[in-house]
Write a protein that binds this ligand. Structure first.
Ligand SMILES: [Zn+2]
Length: 109
């Protein structure tokens, strides 16, 4: 999250922005980041910067797995107690996406 602040401030600086108003983040389901805490954490780390009060918008990024057994893809929108192939029930899955974290957009004025 500190990286997010740094990046937002850099974008604002490069574009002559006076204030960061909005930051859109894409957060993977399996990234280990709890979306509900992102805004409050950001508020704390940004309080002495021009990004103070910026609204954090989160785009969820579901986890997509591919089955090692049958090759089918399974998508999980929510964290589960376990992850199994929808098609054959195998737990031998490889994650294709959903562990990432990226800044989609920074809004400045
Ligand atoms: Zn399968």
């Amino acid at each position: 999250m500190v990286d997010v602040l740094d990046t937002a401030l850099r974008v604002a600086e490069q574009n002559g922005g006076k204030k960061v108003t909005k930051i859109t983040l894409k957060i993977g389901l399996m990234s280990g980041i709890m979306p509900e805490y992102v805004q409050s954490f950001f508020d704390v780390i940004s309080k002495d910067s021009i990004a103070k009060g910026a609204e954090i918008i989160i785009e969820p990024d579901p986890a997509v797995f591919i089955c090692r057994k049958c090759g089918e893809k399974t998508t999980y929108e929510v964290l589960g107690p376990e992850y199994v192939c929808e098609d054959c029930g195998s737990a031998a899955l490889r994650m294709l996406s959903g562990h990432g974290f990226q800044i989609v957009n920074v809004g400045i004025i």
